[in-house]
Design a protein around this ligand. Structure first.
Ligand code: HEC
Length: 191
């Protein structure tokens, strides 16, 4: 990780935003009780910005894979331990889990974060300032290591503060799911 610059990770993130799948229409997030307009706007934005594509584990249905909304936005399932994967050399540069929550490529292995308000394993202790800083800077929790592909923060960073606050308000309003997502794995030193 140390060897890789934020810029190259950002570039990889831009390139990989094509990862967003659309095999099946994604169900709209569950209706929110007592929703105010900010939370409603956030629900709308989360839907069209495709957060469920990567942060909700996909399951196979007879008609094809679709996000399992009983695990809405809870990230890579903690009990789904991924085996080691050989690094892909072009033209197939990266691989993804069937859940669309784990990705292996030049950056190592990344697992999508738990965006639910669970205080220990999700965003329960984040403020909207932490959220905005993370998406604007591309730094973990707004100050740590670079956020890895394919999280499309290079696009989301262009959203207005108002829209990002609405997204965060919606995320804080959804059911908390306890799910401890694994830490990312660095690429082998030899690469
Ligand atoms: C194409 C897949 C993809 C999409 C779409 C996506 N994410 Fe992510 N997201 C990821 C991955 C992978 C990570 C883990 C990155 C890491 O560990 O560095 C992540 C991490 C995050 C994090 C944690 C950042 C941190 O501080 O470590 C937040 C917050 C987040 N995503 C929010 C969102 C929101 C909100 C949306 C929709 C507006 C969204 N993501 C859409 C893949 C995606």
């Amino acid at each position: 990780m140390k060897k890789r610059s934020i810029l190259s990770l950002a570039a990889a993130g831009v390139a990989l935003t094509g990862v967003v799948f659309s095999l099946q229409p994604v169900a709209a997030p569950v209706p929110v009780q007592n929703a105010n307009s900010k939370v409603e706007r956030g629900a709308y934005l989360v839907n069209i910005m495709a957060c469920n594509d990567c942060h909700t584990p996909w399951k196979m249905r007879p008609q094809g894979p679709e996000p399992d909304m009983t695990r809405m936005l809870s990230g890579h399932p903690q009990d789904m331990v991924m085996p080691a994967v050989a690094r892909q050399k072009g033209p197939w540069e990266w691989v993804g889990a069937g859940t669309n929550t784990a990705f292996s490529g030049a950056w190592g292995v990344s697992f999508t974060a738990n965006l639910t308000p669970d205080p220990e394993t999700g965003l329960g202790k984040w403020t909207d300032e932490t959220f905005i800083r993370a998406l604007r800077t591309g730094r973990h929790e707004g100050q740590g290591r670079p956020i890895l592909p394919p999280m499309p923060y290079p696009m989301y960073r262009n959203a207005t503060d108002e829209d990002l606050r609405a997204v965060f308000a919606f995320l804080q309003s959804i059911p908390a799911i306890r799910n401890r997502v694994p830490q990312p794995i660095d690429p082998p030193e030899s690469e």
